[in-house]
Design a protein around this ligand. Structure first.
Ligand code: KOT
Length: 841
């Protein structure tokens, strides 16, 4: 308050407060000013990167003003806020998004043209913010977009990794990982050197009784690392709301950086201390759906949770409310179990620091938190070793034990005769060493637990969390089916399609209410509309073909069917099924006469995705795809009938090129393994069809758009267990057509590095856990059906348009409104007044 400008002087301030550009001339003034002053460049020294930087700085100025106002408005409104805790935010590029959200992309386009630049080239200069692995991190980014667009008072909290997900290069068919240092020039972040939190590690716990007979617990000594806040503005679409994403960066605390050491000449050890502190936020763990239990990962988790909780509590305390009102002001969403220590940290703050009774504090904690589960894969469920926690966070381990004790006592009272139940649901697994089951801790510490698609939410209730449904009753467990933001994934990635839709619907209102897309359905018989629709898809395919030629040297026919599978490489996602299907197709082509070949539908099969650096089987799949591509793409018998492409370094900005160009995309995980999938939604929204299993959100997509518009295949989730079991009994044999594929691979046709043996062995020798052989026949038959259907372009386009018209449900706006209503109990902030002010100026 002391730092406010005095009341009677604010007039002068307001007079000079910048109002931001709206016209082309004003934009040009801003960009030139930034290039000449902020960047110290000139007319004679302005390349595309400088043009990008200048444009970004001009738009940033605009965002900052709305951002400041949003924060003031939220503070003034004094409503409940939602805090979204995620270790991953896969934001991608910010400039294009900012231009579209502010509604000034055309102004920028013309202004840049005046200065001799093409806006696409300028946009392409930006480095992706790649602070995530895949679906989980991108979901968090879509949620931020929706929360801002819907005017929810929301904050994201994460880590400011110095290195995002690695950049992938392919060398001789193998994946090579290159570090992704992305912070050289990042105009979208603001270092808040005044917003810091000291975070403690290691040390010991001192328990004693004070003079008044009160139990005091104090966590002493250990190491201190300082968290520094970096804020990133998150603009909403068509609204003045700009929310905040706060990312923490670690540095040695000023107490820690030992000046006496430094002075006495021990430079090296002083610098080593500093580096150790900075290591915490140095790098994103590159594993998707896998947890490896490393100490540094646990340090990251606690560092981020402790800093975020301190910040949230600090903000609450400024309102001078009673602690009992904390859950009326604060909702905290746990994006998977990665932030579960936040539950323990809040309990510690309330009990040890603020002196609340255990049970009073615990009621506040459970009313505040809720937890989203994103996976049922056993290898992805976090279990932290007890000795590791004991050493790093001794007080937290005590609290976990205390939470467990009181939880198990409640369970025992409710189910007195069920001793085994206690062992099964204990937060501590009695293994060697003992481990803490983080998902169980997250459930116990939350008032709501949700899965991310209907099947997935049912599965967690009947399998991994079954006992907890008995204990808490079914209402604690709910479903919120995932969604995607139509701003980035339609309007930004596919501007021509967005424009065509707007021309039919009369406005761009569908970008704020995606259910309006259903008004497209009457146009499925409109010849001219269908023609334009097909032209746009074709243009998007030409663009992708150019990208393919430029990056791989392979020329593909844009008239061919583009078949795309882009996602993290994982055995459960079954890229191996796809590549075996490709080889099967290759064998079929080879067996035909040249006359017969003419009747075939030409196809380009496109793969993209990263393998975790330590995931050997996933890397082998990449290698096989590349080797198969080399052979097929150079076989003159095949020509345009089949091309196999592996696109390097799949990321958000490449997705924006690839997704709009797809005819068919593959979402072919073993039933029951993919919690939701979100790219399936992006592809359909862009006028592509999908081939998929009855898994994750594929099921709900099918329900919405109609069975006749989806190519479904494969076994059902309920049959998977029995099928797996059968693989070990009787005279189990792989599918005969698949066997022919294996024979060709084993013949050395695709090179004989020996490594492909393991891929085949997993299926023929080791139980085919992912049911590749069981689903193979159904898969290839469905691919044949796709070929037939694609030959009738008119019917195909009808399916595409109908599907897009029925995709309204899958906007992340619907999803965020469901979270707000059923979990967070928060309301959007009224911005009508602000909008009027903006309209007047
Ligand atoms: C698990 C551990 C570490 C890193 C990531 C994960 C993870 C990612 N768990 N689930 N996911 C994906 O989350 C997406 C968003 O809900 C889902 O669409 C997708 O099916 C999950 O695999």
């Amino acid at each position: 308050v002391e730092s406010s400008i005095p009341e009677h002087m604010r007039e002068a301030w307001r007079k000079y407060s910048p109002s931001g550009f709206t016209t082309k001339d004003q934009f040009e003034t801003e960009i030139v000013r930034h290039i000449e002053t902020t960047l110290a460049r000139s007319l004679f020294n302005c390349d595309e990167l400088a043009a990008y930087s200048g444009t970004a700085l001009a738009f940033r100025d605009r965002l900052i003003m709305d951002w400041n106002k949003t924060q003031q408005r939220q503070t003034f409104a004094d409503q409940k806020r939602i805090y979204y805790l995620s270790l991953e935010f896969l934001m991608g590029r910010a400039l294009d998004n900012a231009m579209l959200n502010v509604g000034l992309k055309n102004v920028a386009k013309e202004g840049l043209a005046d200065l001799g630049f093409r806006i696409e080239d300028v946009i392409n200069q930006e480095h992706d913010a790649a602070l995530g692995n895949g679906g989980l991190g991108r979901l968090a980014a879509c949620f931020l977009d929706s929360m801002a667009s819907l005017n929810y008072p929301a904050w994201g909290y994460g880590l400011r990794y110095r290195y995002g997900i690695f950049k992938q290069e392919i060398e001789n068919g193998y994946q090579v990982e290159i570090p992704d240092y992305w912070l050289d020039f990042n105009p979208w972040e603001f270092a808040r050197h005044d917003v810091t939190v000291d975070v403690q590690f290691y040390g010991w716990v001192n328990k004693y009784t004070d003079d008044e007979g009160k139990q005091i617990v104090s966590w002493q000594d250990g190491e201190i690392v300082t968290a520094v806040a970096y804020d990133v503005p998150v603009p909403g679409y068509g609204t003045p709301t700009v929310n905040n994403l706060r990312l923490w960066s670690s540095k040695a605390s000023s107490g820690e950086f030992d000046f006496s050491k430094f002075n006495s000449g021990e430079y090296e050890s002083a610098v080593a201390d500093q580096q150790r502190a900075e290591t915490i936020s140095a790098v994103l763990y590159p594993n998707d759906n896998l947890e490896r239990g490393k100490e540094l990962r646990l340090k990251q988790q606690y560092f981020w949770c402790a800093a975020s909780l301190f910040d949230i509590v600090r903000r609450f305390k400024k309102t001078n409310r009673k602690w009992s009102e904390f859950p009326d002001q604060v909702a905290i969403q746990l994006n998977d179990t990665h932030p579960t220590l936040a539950v323990v940290e809040l309990q510690r703050i309330l009990v040890d620091k603020e002196g609340l009774e255990w049970q009073t504090a615990w009621d506040i904690v459970t009313k505040t938190f809720s937890y989203t589960n994103h996976t049922v894969l056993p290898e992805a469920l976090e279990k932290w070793s007890v000795p590791l926690i004991q050493n790093l966070l001794p007080r937290h381990l005590q609290i976990i034990y205390e939470i467990n004790l009181s939880f198990l006592q409640t369970v025992e009272r409710r189910f007195p005769k069920d001793r085994e139940l206690l062992g099964r649901v204990s937060l501590i697994e009695e293994s060697q060493p003992k481990t803490v089951r983080m998902a169980y801790l997250a459930i116990v510490g939350s008032h709501k637990v949700n899965g991310v698609a209907e099947l997935h939410s049912d599965l967690i209730k009947t399998t991994i969390f079954k006992d907890f449904v008995r204990i808490y009753g079914p209402d604690k467990f709910i479903n919120v089916t995932n969604g995607i933001t139509p701003r980035r994934w339609l309007h930004q990635a596919n501007p021509r399609l967005s424009e065509l839709i707007a021309s039919k619907l009369g406005s761009y209102e569908f970008l704020k209410d995606l259910t309006l897309l259903n008004k497209l359905e009457p146009f499925v018989d409109d010849k001219e509309f269908k023609k334009e629709w097909a032209e746009i898809k074709y243009a998007n395919k030409v663009r992708l073909a150019q990208h393919i030629l430029k990056t791989t040297g392979v020329s593909v026919n844009p008239k061919a069917l583009f078949d795309v599978q882009v996602k993290r490489i994982h055995e459960y996602k079954r890229q191996q099924l796809n590549v075996f299907g490709v080889i099967h197709r290759y064998l079929a082509i080879k067996s035909l006469s040249s006359e017969e070949r003419k009747k075939l539908a030409p196809r380009v099969t496109i793969f993209g995705g990263k393998a975790a650096p330590g995931y050997w089987m996933a890397k082998t799949i990449i290698h096989l795809i590349n080797k198969v591509g080399e052979v097929i793409n150079n076989d003159p018998d095949v020509g345009d009938l089949l091309k196999v492409i592996f696109l390097e370094d799949y990321n958000v900005s490449k997705a924006e090129i690839i997704i709009p160009a797809s005819d068919i995309s593959e979402h072919i995980s073993t039933a029951g393994t993919e919690a939701s999938g979100t790219s399936n939604m992006k592809f359909v929204l862009n006028g592509g069809l999908i081939i998929g299993t009855l898994d994750g959100a594929n099921i709900e997509i099918t329900r919405e758009i109609g069975e006749q518009n989806v190519f479904l295949f494969g076994n059902l989730s309920e049959d998977v267990e029995d099928l797996r079991h059968n693989h070990f009994y009787g005279d189990y044999q792989v599918d005969p057509e698949l066997q022919k594929v294996f024979d060709l691979i084993k013949s050395g046709k695709f090179g004989d590095e020996g490594s492909f043996g393991a891929l085949i062995g997993a299926i023929t020798e080791h139980g085919d856990y992912y049911l590749v052989s069981d689903d193979f026949n159904s898969y290839t038959k469905t691919q044949d059906l796709i070929d037939e259907t694609f030959k009738n372009q008119d019917e195909w386009v009808t399916k595409c348009i109908t599907s897009v018209a029925r995709m309204g449900f899958f906007t992340s706006d619907r999803c965020i409104n469901e979270y707000a209503d059923t979990i967070w109990n928060i309301e959007p902030l009224d911005v009508a007044e602000e909008k009027q002010v903006r309209a007047r100026t």
